[in-house]
Design a binder for this molecule. Structure first.
Ligand code: HAM
Length: 420
């Protein structure tokens, strides 16, 4: 056993896995930019209070999962357990409220939750996240949902489907919540201990309880969609109309409530065929009260976030091909100590000419050539004493195996010509 091991729920992303990550990051950035989203990076830690208020005191994330602590200056801070609250803080703090609407932002980075690790669930993981601010029309919900969909679709994910629901708003939700609580109180003997607690602190969460004993109670519970106010019902109908018009398969899931308190109206997930059966790969929804709650002008918003580890797992499980990361074009091998400085000078000249190049760091010529083979370089340059005396080098085309003698001065030019 090594003396130090990585902490539970964390991962090393090794070089062999990097092509998947790079491909995923590139796709996210390409598609987000093509759809008019601009990148925003916010700090990895914020005041704990921001998440308490934004995500909600009674959520699992804040209650049980946040990496929250006092720093050396005595500030109560937390490693971000999600992007949205921090992005909203940045939007308010940087005066972005005066920008023309919509403001469309995306982010990529690490997220921290002290959860029980299992396949696809970590304590440090990565999300890509997108938000649209300033638009009440469900066209913004549609745009966010399509961004998520198109990213997975472009990666080659199979059997994509939307799950959608509405969680209402401060006008209709309280009435629904009291009906739900009444239903649960009537079945108090039959429900699990967690649900007994949830009914008191976060009643909507009873709907996504997985305990077998609670399933009949959920099935018989009043349905949010039957208790939406006129505005929320119209919003949901319009969104569904957009989805139907575009031929996007979606299932209304009355148990979809999601684990963050800020949601109003639309909530959704994208499901995909993953390592086994279809399951959620990302989730999001509308949060029309959040910016005001955090001290900004009332501004509607809608967004989603997606776990990147899960996306990489699916890419690997489904054998989705990803392009290899580009290796330096040229590998320089040299014969003997006396030629090392000439080889280093050549390396410098190639790099200055804009060609990617690396050099062997000692060893026999044989082992250097083995390294050249492994390096995936397109050309190997071999620098020997005789060659130096004649101002030439040996240039090997690794694709064809052909070898030629090229003038030392101007070898970069020769390489460019050989590349056509
Ligand atoms: P969330 O559902 O908490 O939403 O997380 C979004 C996604 O992050 C999940 O669908 C999953 O892919 C991934 N994820 C969550 N926890 C873990 C974990 N422990 N390990 C690996 N992946 C994980 C949010 O975070 C909201 N902020 C989304 C949002 C943005 N809503 C509006 N705007």
């Amino acid at each position: 056993m090594p003396k130090y091991a990585r902490l539970k729920g964390t991962q090393d992303i090794l070089p062999v896995e990097q092509p998947y990550w790079e491909h995923l990051r590139m796709r996210v950035a390409e598609i987000a930019r093509a759809y008019g989203f601009e990148r925003i990076d916010t700090p990895i830690f914020e005041l704990t209070e921001l998440f308490n208020r934004g995500v909600g005191d009674a959520t699992d994330i804040v209650e049980k999962e946040m990496y929250a602590f006092k720093d050396r200056g005595g500030n109560e801070i937390a490693l971000r357990p999600e992007f949205t609250a921090g992005v909203m803080r940045a939007y308010i703090e940087n005066g972005m409220q005066v920008l023309p609407k919509p403001v469309k932002l995306y982010s990529i980075g690490p997220i921290f939750r002290h959860e029980q690790p299992q396949a696809g669930r970590y304590r440090q993981f990565h999300q890509f996240n997108a938000e649209i601010l300033g638009v009440q029309d469900p066209l913004a919900d549609l745009e966010i949902m399509l961004l998520a969909w198109d990213i997975y679709d472009s990666l080659g994910f199979q059997s994509l489907a939307f799950q959608v629901h509405s969680t209402g708003c401060p006008i209709c939700r309280p009435q629904y919540v009291s009906l739900l609580a009444e239903h649960y109180r009537a079945h108090a003997d039959a429900i699990c201990d967690d649900c007994k607690r949830r009914v008191a602190v976060n009643p909507l969460r009873v709907l996504d309880c997985k305990q077998p004993q609670c399933q009949p109670i959920i099935a018989g519970a009043p349905k949010m969609l039957e208790h939406l106010c006129g505005e929320c019902a119209a919003h949901f109908t319009k969104l569904r109309g957009y989805l139907e018009h575009l031929g996007k398969p979606h299932t209304i899931n009355p148990r979809l409530v999601r684990g963050l308190d800020y949601y109003t109206k639309t909530v959704f997930e994208v499901w995909a065929e993953g390592i086994g059966a279809q399951a959620a790969v990302c989730g999001g929804g509308r949060y029309d009260g959040l910016i005001e709650l955090l001290g900004g002008h009332p501004t509607p918003g809608v967004g989603f976030a997606a776990g990147m580890e899960r996306a990489v797992m699916v890419m690997q499980a489904q054998h989705i091909a990803v392009p290899p990361l580009p290796a330096p074009l040229v590998f320089i091998a040299f014969l003997g100590d006396a030629t090392a400085r000439h080889a280093a000078q050549l390396l410098r000249a190639l790099r200055q000419a804009g060609l990617g190049a690396q050099i062997a760091m000692g060893g026999s010529l044989r082992s250097q050539l083995r390294q050249a083979d492994k390096s995936a370089a397109r050309f190997t340059l071999i620098v020997g004493e005789d060659e130096i005396a004649q101002d030439v080098v040996t240039l090997r085309d690794m694709a064809t195996g052909e070898q030629e003698t090229a003038p030392l001065n101007g070898v970069a030019q020769t390489i460019v010509e050989r590349l056509g």
